[in-house]
Design a binder for this molecule. Structure first.
Ligand code: ATP
Length: 358
């Protein structure tokens, strides 16, 4: 197995910069998710690791080997795409065996490896079928088996589950995570689905417009976003943001709404002299109290029961925030409420740079 290191990677398509000085290290046996919106450069980065794209500048290392100039076939990577094109005229067995036949591996060895990987992915009963005789989830597993049979140093996956229905996605995602750890394989996984990244990855690299904004464990990117964008991209519902002015030791949101500057931010606000911020907090990190009191005052805009809890949507001037409340608590449309935010869990962002204060 290997680690992967990207150094100052720039990739241009004509005048357009798809990757803008990307630095990233993926550790041996790590599951790294590349997470970002459509067009942010995730696939371009994956293909750069695969060798399908050559960077305009910068270097790619596998361990200490500079592989920047090597074509995909000399990098020993396994690739799984969103449209997992299986060879339609070949059986499942043949599909999985194909990469080994290309390498002229002896027949008995091919047979052993195909059966082994098929067992691992629970497709050993399907080896005689053709792709059109398989469900989407089964085809998907065959594609993963075909990528794994070569015993690649790095497994690269580009939105491999996005063609599956919601339930099957959950099932395959749990299996894929287990398999990656069992095999001890280094994996890079492209997705725009934040829940998938949080659930599967050891670390997540959040990408926007060709730049990596933050790399961290799921906990780090979820609880300590370095940019407003990261807080707003992760979580369902995502982080809430309210604009506020810094005045006399307080964060003033509206005439009737303000909160004291949280202790952890007092020093940094004094030091930087920042005057305008976004207050960021997660929907689970606040409580809704009926009536007007000290805190963030708003009106109930809507409420949605979800079984054990409900999401209450509250309007505060021109902003909307979402907060979880226990089931059974009754709200009325337009009712005045006060949001009590857990001070130690809120995150402040400089309004100008949208960067977390730290
Ligand atoms: P998605 O989730 O939609 O697949 P992505 O984050 O994977 O998006 P990329 O496919 O890496 O995004 O594309 C990043 C940007 O580079 C996009 O704006 C895209 O239009 C552009 N791009 C990608 N490939 C090419 C190419 N071969 N020629 C020109 N522009 C390209």
């Amino acid at each position: 197995m290997v680690s992967v290191r990207l150094e100052n990677i720039v990739k241009k398509f004509g005048n357009f910069t798809a990757l803008d000085n990307v630095n990233l290290e993926i550790k041996d046996r790590e599951f790294m998710a590349l997470l970002g919106p459509s067009g942010s450069g995730k696939s371009t980065l994956l293909y750069t690791i695969a060798g399908i794209y050559k960077p305009t500048s910068g270097k790619v290392y596998f361990d200490d080997r500079d592989v920047t100039e090597l074509p995909p076939k000399d990098r020993n990577v396994g690739l799984v795409f969103q449209n997992w094109a299986l060879y339609p005229h070949m059986t499942v067995y043949k599909n999985i065996a194909f990469p080994l036949e290309l390498r002229k591996v002896p027949r008995e060895e091919i047979d052993k490896k195909v059966r082994e990987v098929a067992r691992m992915l629970h497709i050993d009963k399907l080896l005689d079928r053709y792709p059109w005789q398989l469900s989407g989830g089964q085809q998907q597993r065959v594609a993963i088996a075909r990528a794994l049979v070569k015993e690649p140093d790095v497994l690269l996956l580009d939105e491999p589950l996005s063609n599956l229905d919601a339930l099957l996605r959950l099932e395959v995602r749990a299996e894929l995570k287990r398999l990656q750890k069992e095999l001890g394989i280094t994996a890079v996984y492209v997705t725009h689905d934040q829940a998938e990244a949080l659930a599967m990855a050891d670390r997540i690299a959040v990408i926007k417009e060709g730049r990596i904004l933050q790399v961290g464990t799921p906990d780090e990117v979820y609880y300590k976003p370095k940019y407003k964008f990261v807080g707003g991209f992760l979580g369902n519902p995502p982080m809430n943001f309210l604009e506020a002015k810094v005045e006399d030791g307080k964060l003033v949101i509206t005439e009737e709404s303000s909160i004291p500057i949280p202790r952890q931010y007092r020093g940094i606000i004094e030091k930087t002299g920042v005057k305008e911020v976004y207050i960021g907090f997660r929907p689970h990190d606040a409580e809704v109290e009926k009536g007007i009191s000290q805190g963030i005052v708003g009106e109930v805009y809507s409420f949605e029961p979800l079984g054990r809890e409900q999401i209450v949507t509250i309007s505060i001037n021109n902003s909307i925030v979402k907060v979880f409340a226990p089931e059974g608590e009754h709200f009325n449309f337009g009712e005045k409420v006060t949001i009590k935010v857990k001070e130690d869990l809120l995150v402040l962002f400089d309004k100008k740079t949208e960067k977390a204060l730290e």
